[in-house]
Design a protein around this ligand. Structure first.
Ligand SMILES: *[C@@H]1O[C@H](CO)[C@@H](O)[C@H](O)[C@H]1NC(C)=O
Ligand SMILES: *[C@@H]1O[C@H](CO)[C@@H](O)[C@H](O)[C@H]1NC(C)=O
Ligand SMILES: *[C@@H]1O[C@H](CO)[C@@H](O)[C@H](O)[C@H]1NC(C)=O
Length: 383
């Protein structure tokens, strides 16, 4: 008996299951998988990370939404990007609200192309949005970064007769976007949908960027973000409180899960687990920590010590896994889960569903490593 056990033990160490690698987490999945079947992690306001190459330009805590630069995000498994671009002088620049971010769109496209060449079994879904903000008047937009008043400079409107620093655009946002892609020689990375438009399979978009259009004008190379036919979005970002936002997130997933049961499988589902309240006066990190703490539990993670706020009965309602109210949500997240300050642990807690029973990668022998991670807490940020 003992030799047999030893033999079995030896065999099991000789043929270990492949451990899920976040950098290439979509690569093992069958090409016939509809994109809408995938569980993906995404970043809200993707490009609001601390500036590495421009230390003189500071992103304020009020606009900072991530710790990791774009390349690191992709390697950590992020597959949905939220790119907000401001159109001025026939150029597009990444912005967060009124603040111009210290990265150029060309760097963004170069990073994406490099990643997709390195990992051709992966895909990236990019919501590209025209940035609008009360600090910008249409067509007359300053080129410079908005500098917060406490740092000495103030944005002022042009005086009468003064030439605007920013420029007028002589073409549409869509034409300028195409121009940027051509400049970097990356148009071939942009996925072209079939006609009539439908949700592609993973095989059709491998090595490509799937553009979700959130800007005016015609755009052949992608899917409309807001039309509700192919893409369903929950982006309630003005939240009264943390429990209210959690309630919105939960209800949306429950609704989407019911639609799936009825056979509504053809839509991409995008859910923002992020928000701001007091008109952006609460830093996104504060909000994100409180949201992830609860959502991590919904995804089956073990929670660390509860915060003081969990004394609040409304808050507690979301923490209690035995509550029938919370039963539905413990099934699984649906589609793209988009938020601020995602850690590797949070990303793993989402994408592991692709390899669990009911997921497109069920039975492929990919070990998600979840059991080792679930007790480690959502703050863990190593691969
Ligand atoms: C994950 O995949 C990437 C890209 O193929 C590779 O560079 C990296 O070494 C892998 N990581 C592990 C832990 O195997
Ligand atoms: C653009 O890409 C093509 C092939 O995809 C290549 O032949 C050409 O040299 C590239 N041009 C530039 C300017 O990088
Ligand atoms: C941009 O949109 C306009 C119509 O709104 C269209 O005529 C034009 O062809 C589009 N350009 C590109 C590059 O898609």
């Amino acid at each position: 008996m003992l030799p047999l056990l030893l033999l079995l033990l030896l065999l099991s160490t000789l043929t270990p299951a492949t451990l899920l690698n976040l950098t290439t987490h979509l690569t093992p999945l069958p090409p016939s998988t509809p994109l809408s079947f995938l569980h993906l992690a995404g970043t809200h306001n993707t490009l609001s990370f601390p500036p590495l190459s421009h230390p003189h330009r500071h992103t304020t805590p009020f606009s900072l939404t991530h710790d990791h630069p774009l390349r690191a995000q992709l390697h950590l498994g992020i597959r949905f990007l939220d790119l907000r671009l401001h159109h001025t002088n026939n150029h597009l620049h990444p912005y967060h609200g009124p603040e111009r971010l210290p990265i150029s769109l060309d760097e963004v496209f170069d990073t994406l192309a490099t990643f997709l060449v390195e990992c051709p079994g992966e895909t990236v879904i990019a919501r590209i949005a025209e940035n609008t903000s009360p600090f910008h008047r249409a067509g007359v937009v300053r080129e410079e970064t908005w500098v917060p008043p406490w740092r000495g400079k103030r944005l002022r409107p042009e005086k009468e007769g003064e030439e605007p620093l920013g420029g007028y655009n002589t073409r549409g946002f869509n034409a300028t976007l195409w121009w940027h892609l051509e400049q970097r020689n990356v148009t071939e990375f942009i996925w072209t949908p079939a006609r009539p438009r439908r949700i592609p399979t993973l095989g059709e978009v491998r090595g490509k960027i799937v553009v979700l259009q959130d800007f005016p004008g015609a755009w052949e190379r992608g899917l409309p973000f807001w039309d509700g036919r192919l893409v369903m979005v929950q982006d309630v970002w003005r939240v009264g409180s943390i429990p209210r936002k959690l309630e919105v997130v939960r209800r949306f997933w429950v609704k989407m899960a019911r639609e799936r049961e009825k056979g509504e499988e053809g839509k991409l589902v995008v859910s923002f687990v992020s928000g701001s309240f007091c008109e952006g006066l609460v830093p996104p990190r504060w909000v994100a920590e409180r949201l992830w703490e609860v959502v991590w539990g919904w995804f089956g993670g073990e929670r660390s010590e509860p915060r003081e706020s969990s004394e609040d009965p409304t808050f507690q309602q979301f923490h209690d896994p035995t509550s029938p109210e919370n039963h539905d949500i413990r099934v699984k997240p649906i589609g793209m889960v988009v938020g601020d300050f995602l850690t590797a642990a949070i990303i793993r807690s989402i994408v592991r569903f692709n390899y669990e029973p009911g997921g497109p990668g069920e039975g492929l022998g990919v070990e998600t490593g979840w059991e080792k991670w679930r007790a480690g807490g959502w703050r863990r940020d190593t691969l």
